[in-house]
Design a protein around this ligand. Structure first.
Ligand SMILES: Cc1cc2nc3c(=O)[nH]c(=O)nc-3n(C[C@H](O)[C@H](O)[C@H](O)COP(=O)(O)OP(=O)(O)OC[C@H]3O[C@@H](n4cnc5c(N)ncnc54)[C@H](O)[C@@H]3O)c2cc1C
Ligand SMILES: *[C@@H]1O[C@H](CO)[C@@H](O)[C@H](O)[C@H]1NC(C)=O
Ligand SMILES: *[C@@H]1O[C@H](CO)[C@@H](O)[C@H](O)[C@H]1NC(C)=O
Length: 481
C-alpha cells in the first residue's frame, strides 16, 4: 500500500490532538502539521481558565450535559454535546498519557456550571504560574515531535484546498499561494474568527467575517490573537462546506483595561476563575449590579447596561490566595491590578464614598454567613442579583486587602463555523453529506456551543473532536486505494 498523507491545518490544541491521533492510528501514515505563524499554539496557548472534565465528586454526565445545552440556548446539537461530555474523562486521561508529568489537579467552578469541573495546572514549587493552555500545547508538541513520519511546517499559510473535480474528494493543499502539497485527507483546525475586529481583512477590500456576520461588534477590543481570522471557514466554504451559527459571537465580560493603554485593541483576559473565587463586579458608582457567576452572555449584557462599559473587578487577598498569587502578581506588574490596603483606600481609588462600599460589602457578606451557619433567617434572603455561590466574604477578617482592576467586555470566541457531524467530517452545503477526505475540529467548527460557550468547553472540544478527526482521517486513508 502506498504511503498516505494527512495534512492538518493549524497547530493549536485541536490540530495537535488530531495530528497525534492520525499518526498513531496508522503508523505508516505521513502526517504534516502546518501553521501560518512562526510558532504553533494559536489561541489555545492563551487559555488560562482550564479544560472541563466530569469529576468523580458531585458532578454527573446529566448535569454536565444539561449545563452545556442550557447555555447553548437551543442551538447546540444534542448528539455533539453528548459526545463532548461523555468523552471528557477519557480526553483528560489521554492528555496525561501524552505527558505523564502533566498535572491538571486544580478544579474550579466557573460561570454557568452547576459543579466544579474546570481543570487547570497548579503553580510550580517555586510559585511561578503554569498557564493551562500553554502547558497543554507544550505537552502535545513534545509528543508529536517524537513520532515517526510526522513533521511540523510553520510560516506556511494554506491558501486553498484542492479537490478531485469528479468526486469532490480532497487531494491536497496549496501553501502560501505557490506550493502544492498532495494529501489523501485534510483536517482543518484553524481556529475561529474573533481576532479580526476591523472591517477589512485585506487592503484589496476583502471583508472580515466579523464584519459580515456581526457588524455591530466591529472595532470593540478582542482577547484573540490576530491569527484567528477565519481562514479555515473560508477554505472549507470554497470547496462547498456548510456553515452554521456564524452570527453567534461570544463577548467575554472581563477583559483587563490597561490603564497605560486603555484603547488597546487586544486585551488580556481577566480569567473567569477570578470570579469563581468570589471576585465581584462594581459599577462606577461602587454598586454591585450582576450575578458575577452567571453565564457569560448575561454578565456581559449587565455590564453593557451600565452607564460605562468599563467597570471594576474587586477581590480580597484571600480570593487572590486561592486563585493563585503568582498569576495575580503577573497582572499587577502589568498594571492591571492595583492593591488597596483597606475599604477606605479602595473607595478612594474608585472615587466613591466608603459608606457605599461598606454597605454593599456588608449586604453581600450576609449570604456568606448564611452559608456557614444554620441561621435560616439570613440564608433565606436571596441575593438581589441571583447569585447563589458565595466562595468568600468581602469585608471580614482583621485586615482585608483588596485587588482591583478595570475590566470591559471583549470579543472572545466564535461559536459558529464549519458544519461537522459527530465523526468530525465536514458536511457539504449542497448534499449535507461529508466532503470525502475533509475533517475539522476546534473553534473552526460549529455545533457544540450554540448561543453561548461555557468556560472550559472549548479546550475540551479541541481534544475530543480533534482526536476523532485524526482517527477518522487515518481510517479514511486506510480504506481508500
Ligand atoms: C485569551 C483566551 C483565553 C481562553 N481561555 C480558555 C479556557 O480557559 N478554556 C477554554 O476551554 N477555552 C478558552 N479559550 C478558547 C480556546 O482557547 C480556543 O477556542 C481554542 O483554543 C481554539 O483552539 P483551536 O485549536 O481550534 O485553534 P487555535 O488554538 O486558535 O489554533 C489555530 C491555529 O491555526 C493556525 N492557522 C489559521 N489559519 C491558518 C492557515 N490558513 N494556514 C495555516 N495555519 C493556520 C493559526 O496560526 C493557529 O496557530 C480562550 C481563548 C482566549 C483567546
Ligand atoms: C514511514 O512510513 C513508511 C511506510 O509508509 C514506513 O516504511 C517507515 O518505516 C516510516 N518511517 C518511520 C521513520 O517510521
Ligand atoms: C446533530 O448531529 C448529528 C450527528 O452528527 C446529526 O445526525 C443530526 O442531524 C444533527 N441534528 C441537528 C438537529 O442538526
Amino acid at each position: 500500500m502506498a504511503q498516505k498523507t494527512t495534512i492538518i491545518v493549524g497547530g493549536g490544541l485541536a490540530g495537535l490532538s488530531a495530528a497525534i491521533e492520525a499518526a498513531t492510528t496508522n503508523a505508516a501514515m505521513h502526517v504534516i502539521l502546518v501553521d501560518k505563524e512562526n510558532n504553533i499554539g494559536g489561541n489555545s496557548a492563551k487559555a488560562t481558565s482550564g479544560i472541563n472534565g466530569m469529576t468523580e465528586t458531585g458532578d454527573s454526565w446529566e448535569a454536565f450535559e444539561r449545563d452545556t445545552l442550557e447555555s447553548g440556548g437551543g442551538l447546540s446539537n444534542e448528539s455533539m454535546v453528548h459526545k463532548l461530555v461523555h468523552e471528557s474523562v477519557d480526553a483528560l486521561q489521554w492528555l496525561k498519557q501524552q505527558d505523564t508529568t502533566l498535572d491538571l489537579s486544580l478544579v474550579s467552578q466557573c460561570g454557568g456550571h452547576t459543579y466544579p469541573r474546570t481543570h487547570r495546572c497548579p503553580p510550580k514549587p517555586n510559585g511561578s504560574p503554569v498557564p493551562v493552555g500553554w502547558r497543554l500545547i507544550q505537552a502535545l508538541k513534545q509528543r508529536f515531535e517524537q513520532l515517526d513520519n510526522a513533521s511540523v511546517r510553520t510560516q506556511s499559510r494554506v491558501s486553498r484546498l484542492e479537490t478531485d473535480p469528479n468526486t469532490g474528494a480532497i487531494t491536497g493543499v496549496e501553501l502560501n499561494h505557490n506550493e502544492m502539497l498532495p494529501a489523501n485527507a485534510v483536517i482543518l483546525t484553524c481556529g475561529g474568527f474573533g481576532g479580526q475586529t476591523q472591517p477589512l481583512d485585506q487592503p484589496d477590500g476583502t471583508q472580515t467575517l466579523l464584519s459580515q456576520y456581526a457588524p455591530n461588534l466591529l472595532n470593540i477590543a478582542t482577547t484573540n490573537g490576530p491569527w484567528a481570522n477565519g481562514d479555515g471557514i473560508r477554505l472549507g466554504v470554497a470547496v462547498g462546506a456548510a456553515t452554521k451559527d456564524m452570527d453567534q459571537i461570544q463577548i467575554h465580560p472581563t477583559g483587563f483595561v490597561d490603564p497605560n493603554n486603555p484603547k488597546a485593541g487586544t486585551k488580556f483576559l481577566a480569567p473567569e476563575a477570578l470570579r469563581a473565587y468570589g471576585g465581584v463586579l462594581l459599577n462606577t458608582d461602587g454598586h454591585r449590579f450582576t450575578n458575577e457567576l452567571g453565564r457569560r452572555d448575561a454578565v456581559t449584557q449587565s455590564i453593557l447596561d451600565q452607564s460605562s462599559n468599563v467597570v471594576w473587578l474587586v477581590l480580597t487577598d484571600t480570593m487572590i490566595e486561592q486563585f493563585g498569587p503568582s498569576t495575580a502578581e503577573f497582572y499587577a506588574k502589568r498594571g492591571f491590578f492595583v492593591k488597596c490596603s483597606s475599604i477606605d483606600h479602595l473607595a478612594e481609588h474608585l472615587g466613591v464614598s466608603a459608606t457605599i462600599l461598606n454597605d454593599e460589602f456588608a449586604r453581600y457578606d450576609l449570604h456568606v454567613d448564611g452559608k456557614k451557619t444554620t441561621d435560616t433567617t439570613v440564608s433565606s434572603v436571596p441575593d438581589a442579583f441571583g447569585k447563589t455561590i458565595f466562595p468568600n466574604p468581602l469585608a471580614q477578617g482583621p485586615e482585608v486587602n483588596y485587588w482591583v482592576a478595570q475590566i470591559t467586555p471583549c470579543v472572545h470566541y466564535t461559536m459558529g463555523g464549519l458544519a461537522i457531524n459527530t465523526d468530525a467530517a465536514v458536511l457539504s452545503e449542497h448534499t449535507k453529506q461529508p466532503i470525502p477526505g475533509l475533517y475539522a475540529a476546534g473553534e473552526v467548527t460549529s455545533g457544540v456551543h450554540g448561543k453561548n460557550r461555557l468556560a472550559g468547553n472549548s479546550l475540551l472540544e479541541c481534544v475530543v473532536y480533534g482526536r476523532t478527526a485524526g482517527q477518522n482521517a487515518a481510517k479514511y486513508c486506510n480504506e481508500k486505494q
